[in-house]
Write a protein that binds this ligand. Sequence first.
Ligand SMILES: NC(=O)c1ccc[n+]([C@@H]2O[C@H](COP(=O)([O-])OP(=O)(O)OC[C@H]3O[C@@H](n4cnc5c(N)ncnc54)[C@H](OP(=O)(O)O)[C@@H]3O)[C@@H](O)[C@H]2O)c1
Length: 238
Amino acid sequence: MVETVLVVGATGNIGVSAVKGALNSGRKVLAVVRSQASADKLVKQIGSSEGITFTEASVLSDTGVKGVVDLVRAGKLPAFQHVYACVGGEYSITPLLQITIPQLRSNLNASFEANFFAYQATVGYLLEQNNPNSTWTMCTGSQGDVATHPVPAFAQGALFSFATAAARENESTNIRFNEVYLMFRVEVDAEAAAHGVSGASEFAAVYEGILANPEIRSGRVKVETPADFKDLKWAKKF
Ligand SMILES: NC(=O)c1ccc[n+]([C@@H]2O[C@H](COP(=O)([O-])OP(=O)(O)OC[C@H]3O[C@@H](n4cnc5c(N)ncnc54)[C@H](OP(=O)(O)O)[C@@H]3O)[C@@H](O)[C@H]2O)c1
């Protein structure tokens, strides 16, 4: 059986790399997007829609990904065995005293809540399927520790704790839960080249490595330099 990865936040820098990693590993993708325009953007980044099923949902709401899972249960969308959640907000440097309440709330909603909602919506389904190879992956960043960019940093702090709790709660389940802790900037290939940062295509190797190695479980995979893309450094989260 060809496995499928549900990618939430599939059209972003990390999402494109998750889609590439899934396809490179011989799996199919169920991509959650907010609009046809976002789906088109993803196809442009990947170069083809082969192997990708698109579904539209509002991932900022606690019912968005739940609705996707309902369609999967009803046989209207492909069954999935893996999840990669990487919804994100702005990468800005707004100083603390200038952060507005709407900016704060919309960023915590996109960068933290959306990923947590994706977890709550999908884990019950994966547990029921009881596939021994299931995985659940998310991406955090060292911004959560260095905080030169306060708004994105706040969300990382919350994601760190969420990842540790999920790693703990799934330690003995059929789901290998892992956090990728990325310590530098990755962007979709076209923008990466222009900005002199790493590209999503190269970063895809990290997800391929996680999918391929059943020993990586309840862990933090630390990506400190591009040399770590193919030689994964990881440790248990607790
Ligand atoms: N990129 C990095 O170098 C890096 C490093 C460390 C950690 N991370 C973490 O990884 C996560 C993703 O980062 P990223 O760089 O991939 O972010 P990104 O490129 O901005 O992508 C964000 C994703 O979330 C979706 N999204 C954002 N706001 C939305 C909204 N209001 N409604 C629906 N969808 C929305 C975007 O959809 P659309 O395409 O439709 O806008 C896109 O799929 C973040 O938590 C970030 O902190 C990233």
